[in-house]
Design a protein around this ligand. Structure first.
Ligand SMILES: Cc1cc2nc3c(=O)[nH]c(=O)nc-3n(C[C@H](O)[C@H](O)[C@H](O)COP(=O)(O)OP(=O)(O)OC[C@H]3O[C@@H](n4cnc5c(N)ncnc54)[C@H](O)[C@@H]3O)c2cc1C
Length: 262
């Protein structure tokens, strides 16, 4: 197996002519090989690319380098202040060892319906900056994630930056797992709300995150009804579809009773 660690985007684009697999934290990738998936011929490790890690305020946005670890996000003051639900998601993510390797870009590109940062990124209207040798493009996260493990990534493209428009919305994240820590979410959801707007984004109840906006004028029962019609959960090793529906209704009723009309 060949292993490359480019230090510039030009170097990356030269190597990306070949058949390759991208590696960052490896916390999704390495377990796949341990489970018996064939090893790739070429691995390109993105960790040393410039501006690939770190969190900056640029204009009216917070920009998170795709290679920023979950622990790095958890320890950032901008995130705690402006994107509380994302911060909450990082506190419930894996273990300290996993959080120090796992990256936000890896969580997005892995495109698991249960990925814990995803509902918060949908609720905060995240955009993604992608790049390949032909240039850059920015797309909303909803247009990037296409299904379990499927994204709109083009040939030779990488995810460079996650862009979050600054917001004064309140927000919260909730995760239901089969145990308190190191659990894949059975359900997770994020809400973002102020007097004018309420958005709910829910994970692990459909092939991609389900996002509902414009809910602020509704009563709780109307919101719960809309949610129930929008989701399409399945039975899997963690829970039945029926359990997911009921647990989601109960958890949402509890959380929403703090913020909307009963
Ligand atoms: C023990 C354990 C516990 C876990 N707990 C949680 C949890 O609580 N919540 C949760 O959501 N997940 C959890 N995970 C899953 C995993 O840690 C996350 O999905 C993590 O964010 C993946 O990031 P990574 O940098 O390790 O990705 P990698 O494994 O390096 O990559 C994942 C995939 O994305 C691609 N990729 C990565 N970055 C880029 C990029 N910038 N551009 C293009 N492609 C890219 C890779 O090619 C690969 O296909 C856990 C995993 C383990 C092993």
């Amino acid at each position: 197996m060949k292993y490359f660690r480019p230090k510039t985007l030009d170097e990356l684009h030269l190597i990306s002519e070949q058949n390759f697999t991208l590696l960052v934290g490896g916390t999704d990738l390495i377990p796949r090989y341990e489970r018996g998936q064939k090893l790739p011929e070429t691995i390109i490790d993105l960790k040393q690319l410039p501006n690939f890690t770190g969190i900056k305020k640029i204009g009216n946005n917070i920009e998170i380098g795709a290679g920023t670890t979950i622990e790095g996000i958890k320890n950032n003051n901008f995130i705690i202040k402006h994107f509380y639900a994302l911060w909450q998601a990082t506190t419930e993510f894996g273990s300290v060892q996993i959080r120090n390797r796992a990256t936000i870009g890896g969580n997005i590109c892995n495109a698991s319906p249960a990925g814990d940062t995803l509902p918060t990124l949908y609720a905060f209207n995240a955009k993604l900056l992608l790049c390949n040798k032909n240039g850059n493009r920015t797309i909303p996260i909803e247009k990037f994630i296409a299904g379990p493990g499927k994204t709109a990534m083009k040939d030779g493209e990488i995810l460079l930056t996650v862009i979050l428009p600054l917001t004064s919305s309140n927000s919260m994240f909730y995760k239901l797992g089969l145990r308190e820590a190191m659990a894949i979410s059975v359900i997770n959801f994020a809400t973002a709300y102020d007097e004018n707007e309420l958005t709910i984004a829910i994970g692990a109840v459909a092939p991609t995150i389900i996002k509902l906006s414009g809910l602020e004028m509704l009563y709780i029962d109307q919101i719960l009804d809309k949610v129930d019609r929008a989701i399409s959960p399945i039975d899997d090793i963690r829970a039945t579809a029926n359990y997911r529906r009921k647990a989601l209704q109960n958890m949402l009723r509890f959380e929403l009773s703090k913020i909307v009309k009963i």
